[in-house]
Ligand binder design. Structure first.
Ligand code: RAM
Length: 331
């Protein structure tokens, strides 16, 4: 429950007692903050959040974010949401620490704050919703590359921003299992900042610096599409396999061209839906974010918080030429 909401209810009561017709509808306003606007992954999540809002009733989703993937941009967005007195902020962070002070300010004003997708440091949020287990995602991205390289080879990582919580965690988890792949060498890690043009140029740079590169692993839905395009444009389909995390809707062409043999992702619509359900439950005091808490999440069932107030959803699913057509119209 937020202070603003209590205040709003109080005002509403006062208004009705005095017979005023100006009583504002007491909507629960949930801000879904993306790393940046214009990213299909976050747009799919916003669709899920809208679906949750419709089911819940009297709930408004404010889908927002900066124009590029910076913490500074998100801090501006957060400050504006505080000024608008939203009930909840659910953020996918561009930096776990840089956004924390602004989010703390939001919590001090009674706003429910959670992170989802890309986490915020514990002091800056009440809980975090991860799409899947970090270990599993880290293991999946290297396995996707290794499965196509039975004799080993050289791979490079094309990540999002260098401060992105989720990609950094997944890469860390990937590194922990590299001893299972003695014939695979990770030659470089570069950052495309989840910008299509920068990611494209970074992928080009990788192919120039490492002419015998065998795979690019992009654990970002923006980077993977750009890398596949760069491989296609360089005439390197069949030489450099692009894999990682992407949306079937955006990767269908890359699978068709052969630039990507396979990639993985979880359902971003379900992630956004679950995020909104949790934000609503916390903002209305139907649940509390504390270790062991089971928070109901509508058609997705429920999530249970661990000792660090984190919950993880389902396993990533792998897409390739055998199933991409089924999913490309969904997300
Ligand atoms: C991009 C973003 C997002 C990540 C996906 C896989 O859209 O970096 O945070 O979860 O890729």
């Amino acid at each position: 429950m937020t202070l603003t909401r209590r205040f709003a209810i109080g005002l509403g009561l006062a208004a009705s007692l005095t017979g005023s017709t100006a009583m504002a509808q007491d909507n629960v306003r949930i801000a879904l903050v993306a790393k940046s606007l214009g990213n299909g992954f976050f747009e799919a999540a916003a669709r899920g959040a809208e679906e949750a809002a419709e089911e819940l009733g009297n709930t408004e989703i404010i889908y927002t974010g900066p124009t590029s993937t910076t913490a500074e941009g998100q801090i501006e967005v957060i400050n504006s949401l505080i000024a608008q007195r939203v009930d909840a902020i659910a953020i996918s962070a561009n930096d776990p620490d840089a956004v924390a002070p602004a989010l703390q300010k939001a919590m001090q004003r009674g706003i429910t704050v959670i992170s989802w997708d890309s986490g915020v440091a514990p002091e800056g949020r009440e809980m975090h919703l991860a799409p899947s287990s970090d270990e599993l995602i880290g293991q999946t991205i290297i396995k996707l590359a290794a499965d196509q390289l039975p004799d080993g080879g050289k791979v490079a990582l094309l990540s999002a921003t260098s401060t992105s919580t989720n990609q950094n965690t997944w890469i860390e988890e990937m590194n922990k299992v590299m001893d299972q792949y003695p014939d695979i060498e990770v030659v470089a890690t570069v950052y495309g900042d989840d910008l299509a043009d920068k990611s494209y140029r970074e992928a080009q740079g990788l192919m120039q610096s490492y002419p015998d590169l065998d795979a690019i692993i992009a654990p970002t839905s923006v980077g993977i599409v750009a890398a596949a395009q760069a491989v296609q444009d360089a005439g390197k389909v069949g030489e450099v396999n692009v894999t990682g995390l992407g949306l079937p809707s955006e990767m269908a062409g890359a699978v068709e061209s052969g630039a990507s043999k396979s990639f993985a992702i979880w359902n971003p619509v379900d992630l956004g839906y679950t995020t909104a359900m949790i934000a609503h439950a916390l903002a209305t005091d139907a649940a509390e974010a504390e270790p062991g808490a089971e928070i109901p999440t509508g058609r997705m069932g429920s999530v249970t918080l661990d000792d660090s107030n984190t919950a993880a959803m389902s396993e990533p699913f792998t897409y390739d030429s055998s199933n991409i057509d089924e999913f490309k119209s969904i997300f």
